[in-house]
Write a protein that binds this ligand. Structure first.
Ligand code: ACO
Length: 436
């Protein structure tokens, strides 16, 4: 327990047979108190059992706070909607990494540090050609990020704060380049170098969609929308991929290896792949008149069907990011002159019906961020396979901020969960000739 958390003065007491453990109850700044069970095993000989960590805090953190019941998401105390509407992605990166919003000169310096490090080592371009062209871009990105520790040895000493800072900047700066190169490789087009005159999102758009034979003009509405999408995905406290990064980092692994682990975890359909599933579902529904049929299926446990883009482990209210995402979706479609997008009509009607339906109301199932992001990204021109890669670009700052916080935490130890063993009890080896 870090020095910043405070004791409530209360203790929880757990008695098992004749053994008792007194466990201090600690408070953070916001959110539920935690019972510090660190002495439980020593006192009682028992572990706790909590698959999926539904009741377990794995660390203390100052970065992000979520109140799922009230639909609140704060980064370093600032509400996500204010950051999405009034800030920009690089400023949010600075905030997540450093704890405070930058002043003008701090921002200028940070902006320059990121912008001037967007190129990757030229030899890395050859690394791509080792992959099949039809490889999933997440497979390529995961491999290339892992390979970064083979290219940037001078920022892998985790005990040197300056090397940790450089590694963080490198990851944030190079991730869009690595992702855009994965995309260009998959479509057989030449890699496009970063441009230092463009901001973070606009530069990513040009690295994805420019070709050497003609000038590429960035649509400012799309660039701003993409910047917002990056902000909305920047961090989300101890989610599966972030916990993976922390666990990998707890062994002292270098930051590039840890982020590669995070990318691998994000790839799963229950995590970063959900927006693709939501888009596929909207396409399958196709027209508004078929919605009742799908609502009926979603309520029927035997159907095995769930409304994709609905429900969340933590939010039992409207996901605050989904509100911004819905607005951004309208802005993007309007700016592209897409007036009658059938999928948007299906999405809005589905949302309206579900929000009034007793099943969804009682189970507190609301649209999550993935409900509208698929439609938006597709309208921007991104292929479905790239959706999770875009999520990875945005989440890189969250991963690296959480990794740095963990390394700097004096209470950090290697992560080593325990288990409830349910296998065979001890038995003697039987030579093969004697086995029945
Ligand atoms: N459609 C229909 N019913 C649902 C849905 C849904 N989308 N989500 C949950 N339910 C029901 C469950 O059947 C369950 O019903 P029961 O209590 O009668 O058994 C109840 O609501 C609670 O659901 P759980 O699965 O226990 O909730 P959990 O917190 O484990 O799951 C999850 C959350 C995985 C997000 C779930 O809501 C889901 O599968 N949603 C669809 C997939 C999706 O959109 N994922 C994106 C998440 S956001 C992100 O990762 C960025």
């Amino acid at each position: 327990m870090t020095a910043e958390s405070s004791s409530t003065g209360k203790n929880a007491r757990l008695s098992i047979a004749s053994k008792t453990s007194e466990m201090p109850v600690r408070s953070g700044t916001l959110g539920p108190d935690v019972v510090d069970i660190g002495r439980l095993y020593r006192d009682t000989g028992c572990f706790t059992y909590d698959p999926g960590f539904t009741s377990t805090a794995n660390c203390s953190s100052k970065i992000t706070y979520i109140d799922g019941d009230n639909g609140i998401l704060l980064h370093r105390g600032y509400p996500i909607d204010q950051l999405a509407e009034q800030s920009n992605f690089l400023e949010v990166c600075y905030l997540l990494l450093n704890g405070e919003l930058p002043n003008k000169s701090q921002f200028k310096e940070f902006d320059a540090a990121i912008t001037r490090h967007t190129m990757v080592h030229e030899q890395m371009t050859r690394f791509y050609t080792g992959f099949r062209r039809d490889a999933h871009p997440m497979a390529v990105v995961c491999g290339v990020i892992g390979a970064m520790s083979a290219f940037y040895h001078d920022s892998t000493d985790i005990n040197d704060p300056e090397q940790r800072r450089i590694a963080a900047n490198r990851m944030i700066a190079k991730m869009p380049t690595i992702a855009a190169m994965a995309y260009k490789y998959s479509v057989g087009q030449p890699f496009i170098y970063p441009r230092n005159d463009l901001d973070y999102a606009a530069n990513f758009l040009q690295m994805c969609f420019a070709v050497p034979c003609e000038p590429y003009v960035v649509n400012p509405v799309i660039a701003r929308a993409l910047d917002k999408i990056f902000i909305l995905h920047a961090d989300h406290e101890q989610n599966a991929s972030t916990s993976t990064v922390r666990l990998a980092g707890s062994s002292g692994a270098n930051p590039f290896a840890c982020i590669a682990a995070g990318v691998a975890c994000l790839w799963g359909p229950a995590h970063g792949g959900a927006n693709e599933a939501a888009l596929n579902m909207l396409q399958e529904i196709g027209t508004v008149d078929r919605i009742p049929e799908y609502i009926k299926m979603a309520k029927d446990k035997n159907s095995g069907f769930r409304l994709m883009g609905f429900g969340h482990r933590v939010y039992k209210n409207y996901d605050p990011r989904a509100k911004v995402m819905q607005k951004t979706c309208h802005e993007v479609l309007d700016s592209l002159g897409i007036r009658d997008e059938p999928l948007l009509k299906v999405a809005m009607e589905l949302e309206r019906i579900a929000l009034q339906d007793d099943y969804f109301v009682e189970k507190k199932l609301y649209p999550n961020i993935d409900f509208y992001s698929g439609i938006t990204l597709r309208a921007m021109g991104f292929p479905v396979q790239l959706f999770t890669v875009l999520f990875a670009i945005a989440r890189t700052v969250g991963w690296i901020a959480q990794w740095r916080e963990m390394i700097e935490d004096p209470e950090q130890r290697i992560g080593r969960p325990r288990q409830l063993y349910i296998g065979a009890p001890q038995r003697d080896f039987i030579p093969m000739g004697s086995r029945s």
